[in-house]
Design a protein around this ligand. Structure first.
Ligand code: T46
Length: 132
């Protein structure tokens, strides 16, 4: 099973500004075991170029913007993240590439598992073989 979709988070706000709450069971469908964030990305850099065997993630550009190219082995699609009230949920064997990071981009990622390099498929041909 592999899928991805953009999800929306409700923005709570008042005259002081905005706030978004992320809570397991309400707007995140998995136990969050790890949070990491990507920032200070240099101009023109592309990241990712891998798939995960068993991982659910939600990526949120809490500041700035970037785009994800998502590939299920049959088709590639680009999703732009440019709003903190929007997250990209990715589950299972989806090849991802990230690019077009704005200078101020802070990309926060919520993950269902601890970091495990053996969960990564970093070779595109191997990815195509595995999803057959
Ligand atoms: C993903 C996309 C969206 C750790 O030690 N712990 C961690 O939790 C992570 C995520 C990475 N690392 C180490 C592994 C590498 O030596 O940090 C270094 C950079 O990781 P990587 O090259 O995998 O980073 P990206 O930006 O290509 O991919 C990351 C995540 O790794 C990946 O799971 O889906 O962001």
């Amino acid at each position: 099973m592999a899928s991805y979709e953009l999800v929306s988070f409700q923005t709570l706000g008042d005259e002081r500004g905005s706030l978004i709450a992320i809570e397991k069971g309400y707007n995140v469908p998995f136990d969050i075991k790890r949070v990491y964030y990507i920032f200070d990305t240099k101009k023109g850099v592309q990241r990712g170029f891998h798939a995960h065997k068993n991982l659910e993630q939600i990526a949120i550009a809490v500041k700035g913007s970037c785009s994800f190219v998502l590939d299920d082995g049959n088709q590639r699609e680009e999703k732009i993240l440019d709003n903190p009230n929007q997250g990209l949920y990715i589950e299972g064997l989806i090849w991802r590439e990230m690019k077009n990071f704005s200078e101020d981009c802070v990309l926060v990622v919520l993950a269902s598992e601890h970091y495990d390099e053996s969960d990564y498929i970093r070779d595109y041909n191997k990815f195509l073989e595995v999803i057959k």
